[in-house]
Design a protein around this ligand. Structure first.
Ligand SMILES: [Zn+2]
Ligand SMILES: [Zn+2]
Length: 185
């Protein structure tokens, strides 16, 4: 269950509404001569309080965490998945990759015909899960903070579903962008 459904449920059943999830934004302050790339990349990125990168990030880190409204997180966040992450990348339509990820998806009944659907589904689930804090903090380096989000899709070869981890990069002001459509089971 996520926060919004819990609020609706509480309203319908006359229960006490759930606690509003707490989110904060990372703010980098220009107080020192040297700027560390990692803190610069985190600047203005939004995280759920429980899943914020280690702060302070290092000795003499001048960054601060500022609370932001959860309503803003729900209404202003956005997720972006480039079509190219599915075609040609995931389905290996140009036969230029050796990742073999297309074999897995083929086994689940997916071919490049479903690339557009997958793109939309991964975008939708990614955004929803990010905004309810259902993500895992991944690697942070000079390119930025990565997060992992579990996505579930129906199997097309038989009844049932499969889930896997999608990899994303966090950008300022609630934006996340897909890095890898399949990052493992
Ligand atoms: Zn730093
Ligand atoms: Zn810092």
């Amino acid at each position: 269950m996520d926060y919004l459904s819990d609020v609706m449920k509480a309203a319908v059943w006359g229960e006490v509404p759930p606690q509003v999830p707490k989110w904060n934004t990372w703010l980098h302050r220009n107080l020192s001569e040297t700027h560390c790339q990692e803190c610069l990349k985190l600047d203005k990125c939004w995280f759920s309080k429980e899943k914020t990168p280690k702060w302070p990030h290092h000795p003499f880190c001048h960054c601060v965490l500022e609370d932001i409204s959860y309503n803003g997180v729900l209404t202003k966040s956005s997720a972006e998945c480039a079509y190219s992450k599915f075609d040609p990348y995931l389905f290996n339509t140009k036969k230029t990759y050796s990742h073999n990820k297309e074999i897995l998806f083929n086994q689940w009944g997916y071919t490049v015909t479903e690339a557009k659907w997958l793109q939309e589904e991964v975008t939708k689930q990614g955004l929803k899960k990010y905004t309810v804090g259902d993500y895992m903090l991944g690697k942070l380096d000079e390119k930025g903070q990565r997060i992992g989000i579990r996505v579930e899709i129906p199997r097309r070869d038989k009844v049932g579903s499969v889930s896997f981890i999608t990899g994303w990069m966090v950008y300022p002001n609630g934006q996340i962008k897909l890095v890898t459509p399949y990052g493992g089971r």
